[in-house]
Design a protein around this ligand. Structure first.
Ligand SMILES: [Zn+2]
Length: 213
């Protein structure tokens, strides 16, 4: 499981028209389908998930983390420190309170972590947006290599116009270095980039229970 929801399922369930959360001054998120209902459609409960990771701990990527406390968490130490840092207004620790004392954590301390040892699911370090920010590289039989961006970018125009990372990044210079490193990686490995916050591109993607092979 990669990234754990934008708004907690219980809040989505309570709002039949869709739950809304303010992500920043300009952007609201609207969620109409719970994560657990989407999992159920493909025959899984959160308890069936062996591994989970999130790109980073911001509220719109970690909303249902507590539901996965029994699964093995693939985590970077820098992000764990960020998650429970004092006065961190970019996170909601109640979303992942169950993870604090998790007994099933794999600590990722390298650039790449090959989840199943066959290069089909690789977690790649891309810090800056948050201290332990990471992206996911999938090797799909028919679709090919795809990277899920986390929040390395929010808009495709940031790539085409080569815009500098926004100044609310945890570390703007680190973020810029991660972007340069990832762009080189994408080019070298012929990997497509799916920007998770790219509204227009996401609208065209298949949605669960449909899937990419
Ligand atoms: Zn973020």
């Amino acid at each position: 499981m990669w990234d754990l929801g934008v708004i907690p399922d219980r809040d989505v369930d309570a709002q039949p028209q869709g739950a809304r959360a303010s992500l920043n001054a300009a952007i609201d998120a609207v969620v109409t389908r719970t994560l657990s209902s989407q999992l159920a459609q493909i025959g899984y409960r959160p308890a069936d998930i062996t591994y989970f990771a999130f790109s980073h701990a911001h509220i719109d990527h970690s909303a249902n983390a507590n539901e996965f406390a029994a699964s093995t968490w693939l985590a970077r130490p820098a992000e764990r420190a960020f998650m429970w840092a004092d006065n961190n207004t970019r996170v909601n620790p109640s979303f992942y309170s169950e993870l604090k004392n998790s007994k099933s954590v794999v600590t990722i301390d390298k650039d790449e972590y090959d989840v199943f040892g066959d290069r089909r699911v690789v977690i790649k370090s891309a810090p800056g947006h948050t201290p332990g920010h990471q992206a996911l590289v999938l090797k799909l039989a028919a679709t090919g290599l795809v990277m899920l961006s986390g929040d390395l970018y929010h808009y495709p125009q940031e790539r085409t116009l080569r815009r500098a990372p926004p100044d609310n990044e945890a570390d703007v210079r680190q973020s810029a270095a991660s972007r340069a490193m990832i762009e080189e990686y994408l080019q070298k490995t012929k990997t497509k980039l799916w920007i998770e916050h790219d509204f227009a591109a996401n609208a065209k993607l298949k949605k669960s229970p449909a899937y990419y092979e």
